[in-house]
Structures are given as C-alpha cells and as structure tokens.
Design a protein around this ligand. Structure first.
Ligand code: MRU
Length: 369
C-alpha cells in the first residue's frame, strides 16, 4: 500500500550484506503510528526477536517472516540439524497463528528434499513465493468482501458502518490486508463507508495501526474504546463486524485477537452480521474443537500494566497504568464459536461455518495441501 505516495510491502529481501548474502527489511510496527522506520534483519535470531516483540505481527505476516527467517537460517547453516533447530525456534516464537507453523513446514519440507548447496537459494525463492501468494489471496478476499459489502450497503444515502477489532490490514499481511481488503475495495469503488476502530488493548493494534492505515488511505474512521462496541450496536450505528483471524478451525470457530468474542456476542444479540476474512493458510483443518486444541498465547502482563504514547514534548514514552503491587494477566487471543459467525471471507469466496461442517467446503476444495 502507499505510504506518503510510495508503495511498500511489510517485508522484502534486501541485498545489504557483503558477500552476496541477503537480509530482510521490515517495517517496525512497534514504532507506528508515531514513526515509520525500516529495520534490516540479517540473522535468524533477529527474526525470532522481531516476531516475539511484534515488530512484525499479524498471522499472514508472521508466516512470511518465519519463511524469511528460514532463508536466513539456511544462509547461515544449511545442514538438516541446523534447519530443524531453526524451525523449532521460529515455531516457538508465537504459538497461536497457524500461518507461522504452516510457512515453517512448507519451507522445511522443501529444503530437506534438496542438497545442502542449493537450500538457501531455494528458500529465498520460496519465501518470496509465499509473499506473492499472500498478496494475491488478499486481493481476492477484497473482491469477495466487496460483493458482500455491496449487499449490506444501504440503498439510500446512508453510510455503511463497519466495526473492526485489532489490525487485519496490510500491516498484518504482506500487503492489502485481510479484513481491511474489502474495506479498501469498497472505498475505491465509491461506496460510502465508515469504520469503527476498536483500540484493541493491550497492544492497541487498532488505535496505533488500523487507524494509521485507514488515515493513510483516506478511509473515514473513528477510534473507539474496546468497551464501546456493544453500545454502538444497540444504537443502530454498526451494520457489520469484520475481523481477521489467527486460526479458523475445521468447524468454523474463529480464533482472533482477545476481545473479538465479546464483539461477536454483542453482534449476535443485536442481529448484526459478523464476518471473519481469512486466507486459506489461516484455516487449520486439523483442529476440530478450537477451545481445547488451539494454544492461546499468554503474553507478559507488562503489556497490560503499561501503555505507550506520544508525550507533550514529542517523545514516545511508556507509562505504568496500574499499582506497582497489582498483577496483570494477558491472554492474547480468544475463540469466537462458529454459531456466532455469519460467514468466512476467503480468496475462494464467502462461506458459512455450516458449509465447513456439511463438507460443501473442504481442505481439498480450498486448495490446501
Ligand atoms: O497479536 P497480533 O497483532 O499478531 O494479532 C493479530 C490479530 O489478531 C489480528 O486481529 C488479525 O485478525 C489476524 S492477522 C490478519
């Protein structure tokens, strides 16, 4: 997408290291919205840190980042043992989004089939392929989501109000976004819409990232506190809830950023459609019962206890919110059961959880291997 009229992806290979080796460039998402900074990553260990600290984040992007992490690892040591160890480190960096595990398995499977001397070269090409596929999938999600938005948009001059949680825009992917792809497509098609942006405590991906993205692309939006959604729905000010996902089970349960479940409950209670937009690598066909089978990442309580923002003197500061002797817990994701989900928007079309359970949509029909 465009940043100050220049096109960026969130991750790309760069020839920076001496000796013809490659590094990886990322947009440091911990600095947004107050600074736009590019960071160069030249070792596996740095990529693991970037994923853990959320310099890169969002399910599809951490998949792409893990793929490049393995390319860096292969550049350092392409023996079977070294690559397997690198894969384990990447898998452990963040447990919930299935895209990371998916990308690591795909990269490792490919490299181990080939002789050591070609592994690094193959890995760079495969990581690039994963990125290009992600962009195409998201563009297709945008087209299918646009059809849906056209159906939901009021026939009169009223604006369509969409509520979103966390950041599932281009920053969460390689480019274009998942939940925000239909919003960008609708905005470009001239449909009058407005986005309610949940701030998304504790990491504030909505307030910091979604709001920044939408502002850059000129999409009308308003940041709200996480607790405001239910009230706005009761007031008739939300026409649709549209979120991304970190993992969708084979029965259509949606695992997404903590707080998504509460929005889905409120939407259900108010008869408002709730959609998740996901590329096919986010569907985990091996998971039947999301509540017991998906590991929910438990992040450090410091993220709840502190908040980062721009101080009056223009510096970015991190301040404590809670008493020094209080504990803070930080589960990072929750499960929205399929019964609350109106539909899942994928690159192959929109389907309901019932389509999954009734086998109208299968792993094979979604092109998954
Ligand atoms: O912890 P994050 O920021 O990596 O989590 C990302 C999300 O949960 C997003 O909401 C998103 O829907 C999944 S990525 C498109």
């Amino acid at each position: 997408m465009l940043v100050n009229t220049q096109h960026y992806r969130t991750i790309w290979p760069t020839a920076l290291i001496a000796g013809g080796q490659l590094s990886v460039s990322i947009i440091d998402q911990t600095k947004l919205p107050h600074a736009f900074e590019i960071v160069h990553i030249s070792h596996l260990a740095q990529m693991v840190t970037a994923i853990k600290t959320m310099q890169v984040r969002g399910a599809p992007l951490i998949g792409a980042a893990a793929a490049y992490g393995l390319a860096l690892a292969a550049q350092e040591d392409s023996t079977d043992g070294a690559l397997q160890a690198a894969a384990s480190r990447l898998r452990l960096s963040r447990p919930t989004a299935v895209n990371l595990d998916w990308a690591v398995s795909r990269m490792l499977g490919l490299m181990l089939q080939h002789p050591q001397n070609v592994r690094a070269q193959l890995a760079w090409a495969e990581a690039q392929k994963i990125c290009d596929e992600d962009v195409l999938q998201n563009q297709a999600i945008g087209r299918h989501g646009l059809d849906l938005i056209k159906q939901l948009a009021p026939n009169d001059a009223r604006v369509l109000h969409v509520l979103t949680h966390c950041n599932a825009g281009w920053l969460a992917t390689v480019d274009v976004g998942t939940a925000l792809a239909p919003i960008y497509a609708a905005h470009q098609a001239g449909i009058a819409l407005h986005v309610w942006v949940d701030e998304t405590r504790p990491r504030n991906q909505g307030a910091s990232l979604t709001a920044w993205e939408l502002a850059e692309q000129g999409v009308p939006h308003t940041v709200i506190s996480d607790n405001a959604g239910g009230h706005l729905m009761q007031q008739g000010l939300v026409d649709m809830v549209l979120v991304g996902a970190d993992r969708v089970s084979a029965s259509g349960d949606v695992c997404n950023k903590i707080g998504t479940y509460l929005k889905a409950l409120a939407a259900f209670d108010n008869g408002i459609p709730f959609y998740a937009a996901v590329p096919s690598p986010t569907i985990d066909w091996s998971v039947k019962d999301a509540r017991t089978e998906i590991e929910i990442e438990q992040r450090h309580g410091d993220e709840v206890a502190h908040i980062q923002g721009l101080a009056l003197d223009g510096s970015v500061q991190n301040v404590r919110l809670i008493p020094a002797n209080s504990n803070a817990a930080n589960p990072a994701f929750d499960i929205t059961p399929a019964r609350l989900v109106s539909g899942i928007i994928t690159e192959r079309g929109v389907f309901s959880p019932a389509d999954l359970v009734g086998s109208r949509v299968t792993k094979e029909s979604m092109g998954a291997k």
